[in-house]
Design a protein around this ligand. Structure first.
Ligand code: DGL
Length: 209
């Protein structure tokens, strides 16, 4: 069983890690569309076209399932990709706003790309932080803990009055170790869903024999 994931960059690696924990027997193929990063400031049509190209590459490579490891591409293109590949499992990642609101009293800070932030009204308990450059800055800081720590504190310093953070872009999950309050990320949710769909299928080792 081969699971394909894609994102505009290193963000989806956090989703890949969660999927590997939840479904360790599968093989994984990760497509990093860094040539077109960032997705978050593009129009819905542009994001959909890029996301479909990524899904096409993964399906042509033989993937049994596609995980859209990007909140921005999920919102723009999940339904289009599902319609394009009706016989494949296509999963996407969404901001974990509901679990955050259920778990904490008070307000939560949703950090997201402008495309994801503009998607819907989140209600009065959600402070929406649209971050036009943060994904790109995380691309540059990836692998440098001090730079990631500095990005996390500079970002959080812009907002107040929240008791938890929702990482609404998979790139932002790389900041989680440096966020000093509860954080709700969507990666484990999509990984659990993947595991529930494929648990019991032959493992990569069994397929190789
Ligand atoms: N990692 C992506 C997301 O989850 C997109 C970042 C970007 O390219 O703007 O939204």
């Amino acid at each position: 069983m081969l699971i394909g994931l894609f994102d505009s960059g290193v963000g989806g690696l956090t989703v890949l890690a969660a999927c590997r924990r939840a479904l360790p027997g599968a093989r994984y193929l990760y497509l990093d569309d860094c040539a077109n990063c960032p997705y978050g400031g593009r129009t819905g049509e542009e994001i959909t076209a890029l996301a479909c190209d990524c899904a096409d590459v993964l399906i042509r490579a033989g993937c049994d399932a596609v995980v859209i490891a990007c909140n921005t591409a999920t919102a723009a293109a999940a339904s289009v990709i599902r319609a394009r590949y009706p016989d494949k499992t296509v999963l996407g990642i969404e901001p974990a706003v509901k679990p955050a609101l259920a778990a904490v009293k008070g307000r939560v800070l949703l950090l997201a790309t402008p495309a994801t932030a503009a998607l819907r009204r989140y209600g009065s308990r959600v402070i929406v932080g649209a971050e036009p450059r943060l994904a790109e800055e995380i691309e540059r800081a990836y692998g440098d803990p001090e730079a990631l720590r500095a990005l996390a504190s500079a970002t959080l310093a812009k907002y107040s009055g929240y008791s938890a953070v929702v990482t609404g872009c998979s790139h932002y999950a790389h900041l989680i170790p440096y966020i000093p309050c509860p954080v709700f990320d969507g990666a484990d949710g999509v990984a659990r869903l993947l595991a529930s769909k494929f648990a019991g299928r032959p493992s990569a080792e069994a397929e190789a024999q």
